[in-house]
Design a binder for this molecule. Sequence first.
Ligand code: ACO
Length: 281
Amino acid sequence: MTSSRAEHDTVAYTIENRVAWVKFNRPEKRNCMSPALNRRMGEVLDELEFHPDVGVLVLTGEGESWSAGMDLKEYFRDTEAQGLAGTRKAQRESYGWWRRLRWYQKPTIAMVNGWCFGGGYGPLFACDLAFAADEAKFALSEINWGILPGGGATKVAVDLLSMRDAMYHAMTGELIDGKKAAEWKMVNESVPLAGLRARVEEVAGVLLKKNPVALKATKDAVRRVKEMTYDNAEDYLIRAQEAANSFDNEGRKEGIRQFIDEKSFKPGIGTYDLAKQKHTA
Ligand code: ACO
């Protein structure tokens, strides 16, 4: 038996001013991730990735929770009852959309409005940027119910936090609030819940003014070079820019033109006007 909410309704989204606001939408279950939600989220990411009206994707939660992690009943108990095939299928469905989100075409922002537990660290890490409410609560609560933080959660903690903070967080399962998450660099910033959406809209607005080809190349580069030697990174970055040029060969030329010839902006303190570019990808 799965919960009564139709699979299609486990995720909700609206598109406003070129921002897709995607919501975990099981508030009655604190937005924990069931196989149905994971499947639907994969479809929604497909629907939005190359949608012409979408420039930025924000991932947030309906109600008082961002995501209470994996659904302990539907993701763990029910799929384990189907044997290894059921477990592996459920893992593919969840890890699959987190991986897609890590390498998403559009810039992504996690807007953490409330509870964020365990498996929720996968999509949290997958988003390029993260903003939390001061009131949000985070924990690697796996240890509290007798497992290690799997599904990438330990890797997320170690990648984002200092070794001591990651170890304490994973071993104690204690809650931290949004302010502490920002202090630990798990999120970019935390602000009072009442101002969270406005702050995220502001950041999305900044991203919407940037060259989209350069943004995709940049976000991929930040994730990729972390694992490379300096020389490998230097080589990758040269080739990544040259590959980006094949999607948009005009952007950087237009940026130089507006600064050097037109003198209409200064790259040190602003962004070139994309609207004047003839061939924006
Ligand atoms: N899995 C399954 N059901 C869940 C989950 C979950 N992760 N989280 C909440 N629910 C369900 C509850 O069972 C309850 O269902 P019911 O109404 O049918 O009884 C409903 O959602 C509401 O939950 P409450 O516990 O009543 O809500 P409350 O606001 O009091 O507490 C809280 C919220 C703290 C988030 C609590 O629900 C909780 O501890 N959830 C589990 C968090 C967690 O540790 N998740 C797993 C992380 S580890 C991992 O993801 C691998």
